[in-house]
Design a protein around this ligand. Sequence first.
Ligand code: C2E
Ligand code: MG
Ligand code: MG
Ligand code: MG
Length: 292
Amino acid sequence: RSKEKGGNRCTFYNPIMDIDSFKRFTLEKDLRLAIHDNKLELYFQPRIDLKSGKIVSAESLVRWNHPEWGMLSPAEFIPLAEDTGLILPLTHWVELTVCSLITSWQAEGISYVPISINVSARQFLSKNFIQSLKQILQETQVDGHWLEIEITETSILENQKLVESTISELKTLGIKVSLDDFGTGYSSLAYLTQYNADVLKIDKYFIRDVTTNPSNAAVVKSIIHLAQGLGLKVVAEGVETMDQLTFLKQYECDEIQGYLFSKPVPVTEFKKLLAKEVLIPSEINQRIETDT
Ligand code: C2E
Ligand code: MG
Ligand code: MG
Ligand code: MG
């Protein structure tokens, strides 16, 4: 599962351990330490409501600045964390960090927004997922309404009964549930009606060329329509251009997330974004004009 980027990597023959499994081995050891020593970082990417132009929530995304390899993308270490079980303490750290931040925002009296947390299949289906989340909410005195849990199709195809009961327990806690990367997995439409999710996030794959590829445009229009029919909020991921924004506005997508508005940013920068008022479309228009 570990995807290796191309480029100039050493390809000498090592009879004991090849370079990939060596890197994997040290990464696992380093990740364990990084979680333990509180060396991971959490970035935040805002989600913007297309009607009001305001930030209405944000996704938390983990970052790891490795002492030797520099900033690693989650795509490089989340699969490793899933395979080794380190995903459990990692997610615990994310949940605790998010809830502690919310507590501090509350204390500072600033106006903030709900935060979403990505949860891997393995974690979502693990026995004490709900129990541990409940405990964090209790310890930090955070109301579940400030949280959203993002799951992907792989999580929900497996054990239907368990998925159903986990989702309903989350809802009892006031926590919203979103279906992440929608459209790229098995995309069974049955689970959309079966599970009581709140939000559907259209995968950025479909957004990338939505204005130039008529098939993807048709898919996006249909997903928006479908979500609306089912009473789900619909979010477009990976929005990078004004043209994409215009398209999504025209077909009444609810919210957007993407580089057009902001990349994922550290918490200090996220707080600055929160402090601003209405930001689209005029300010984004301006930003695009001044950037070029
Ligand atoms: P995701 O949950 O689908 O998160 C959205 C990804 O799209 C993020 O990548 C974000 O930086 C990227 N993105 C947002 N806007 C744009 C855009 O306009 N253009 C492009 N090209 N990309 C955009 P990131 O942060 O590298 O995370 C990748 C994946 O790693 C996430 O996909 C999620 O599946 C996983 N991940 C990240 N943080 C966590 C975590 O705390 N726990 C778990 N279990 N998984 C995580
Ligand atoms: Mg996500
Ligand atoms: Mg996604
Ligand atoms: Mg993804």
